[in-house]
Design a protein around this ligand. Structure first.
Ligand SMILES: Cc1ncc(COP(=O)(O)O)c(C=O)c1O
Length: 404
């Protein structure tokens, strides 16, 4: 609770003026529901959600725990548009999706934690690379809700961004298991170990990697309906193309399904940033159609998703997961230089490089929306106060020492 207050105080001093009113509002709401952490959300909180507004029957069917600061703003990238000579370039600011941590994980966690709490779980476990945004977001918000976070980690290329995520993670004191170090395990073996661990812990709620469990996808179905409302309010024209990073695919799958339910004419384009074995069209279709089938079971007419409903770009991935690309570095420099917005090399720089390339080619009359999925909340206080020798298991120390 104290931590929450300190973060808000810092946040309120540093946020952009146009967002400040929203944050002050959300602060009140947030502090209220962290004080009564495990209480059910009010009807009012639920009915603010575009998904529940469009399909009220889902209020009874989909457990939901508000965490975020929604709707997230949409903005025109004026300065960058001028620079690129493409004048209809917009951004959806999911970097501001939550008060303690933003990015795409918050929307997923609202439905995931909703389900975990509704089923009475007190512990959650998830998995990811050591710099995983998902593990970090899960751990931060689990603590806020009084849930104990566990994570199974695997190594990835070390960068300052990865180390900062680990330091921020250590501030939430999760129970961590490093699997596959020092010799990397094949992923199926990693998964087998995790499942063995889980079998012995019936009381722990399992969250799929990246938060791309069925419940998590509804966060992005809702996000597409939120965008539809913003289009109707005149905040942006209906985009011709929407670009989003695709890793474990839940964000992309939810957006595709939600956009089709909202009858948006936009083409949804995922940019692959993880290996093909995880990020591929078959997996995207499976997730989107599992969510669609669930909605149909709940009495909400939801369409079948086919390959015609989206594109998945493979040519921005570069050599490996987590390895920066030249185009990604250029895209990062452009967004920072013209709009003062930060990208990370693993997910968003690669995705934005696809946007930059397209903006240079496409007819100027077409509208492009970049869906920004990286956390934009300042973590520097958490990072500065962290001490890896004190707060992380010994086998993690080598990541910091090797780099030093
Ligand atoms: C910043 C960021 N963007 C995008 C993604 C990809 O989202 P998804 O796993 O839902 O495909 C991730 C996944 O971890 C992420 O951390």
């Amino acid at each position: 609770m104290l931590l929450t207050t300190v973060y808000y105080a810092t946040k309120l001093r540093t946020i952009a003026p146009q967002a400040s009113r929203d944050y002050k509002l959300s602060m009140r709401v947030h502090i209220r529901h962290t004080s009564y952490a495990i209480q059910s959300p009010s009807m009012q909180q639920k009915s603010n959600l575009p998904l529940f507004q469009a399909h009220p029957i889902l209020v009874q069917k989909l457990p939901y725990q508000p965490l975020g600061t929604l709707p997230t703003p949409v903005q025109k990238l004026e300065a960058l548009s001028t620079h690129l000579g493409h004048h209809h370039l917009y951004i959806k600011r999911d970097d501001l999706s939550g008060p303690l941590y933003g990015g795409n994980k918050v929307r997923k966690l609202e439905f995931i934690f909703g389900e975990a709490l509704a089923k009475g779980f007190k512990e959650v476990v998830t998995l990811g690379a050591i710099g995983s945004h998902h593990v970090l977001a899960t751990s931060i918000y689990a603590r806020e809700l009084g849930l104990t976070p566990y994570a199974h980690h695997f190594p990835q290329p070390i960068s300052q961004h990865v180390l900062n995520n680990l330091l921020a993670l250590s501030s939430t004191h999760p129970s961590l298991t490093l699997v596959g170090h020092p010799v990397e395990l094949p992923f199926h073996q990693f998964k087998k170990q995790l499942m063995g661990w889980l079998q012995a812990r019936q009381k722990t709620y399992y969250i799929k990697g990246g938060g791309s469990s069925l419940a998590g996808i509804f966060g992005y179905v809702n996000a597409a309906l939120e965008l539809q409302q913003q289009i109707e309010e005149g905040l942006l024209p209906c985009p011709d193309e929407i670009y989003v990073a695709a890793g474990t695919n839940g964000t992309l799958a939810g957006l595709i399904l939600g956009a089709k339910m909202a009858k948006l004419s936009s083409k949804i384009i995922g940019v692959r940033v993880v290996d093909r074995v995880v990020t591929n069209s078959a997996n995207v279709l499976a997730l989107a159609n599992a969510a669609s089938a669930t909605l149909n079971n709940y009495g909400v007419p939801a369409p079948l998703i086919t390959l015609k409903d989206f594109d998945l770009l493979h040519n921005h991935f570069g050599k490996a997961y987590g390895q920066p690309t030249h185009e990604g570095d250029e895209a990062s420099a452009l967004l920072m230089g013209h709009e003062s917005l930060k990208l990370d090399p693993t997910y968003t720089a690669k995705t934005f490089s696809a946007v930059v390339k397209r903006a240079r080619q496409i007819d100027d009359a077409k509208t492009i929306l970049y869906w920004h999925t990286l956390n934009g909340i300042d973590l520097s206080e958490r990072i500065q106060n962290a001490d890896y020798t004190r707060d992380l298991p010994e086998e993690y120390h080598t990541f910091f020492e090797d780099r030093a």
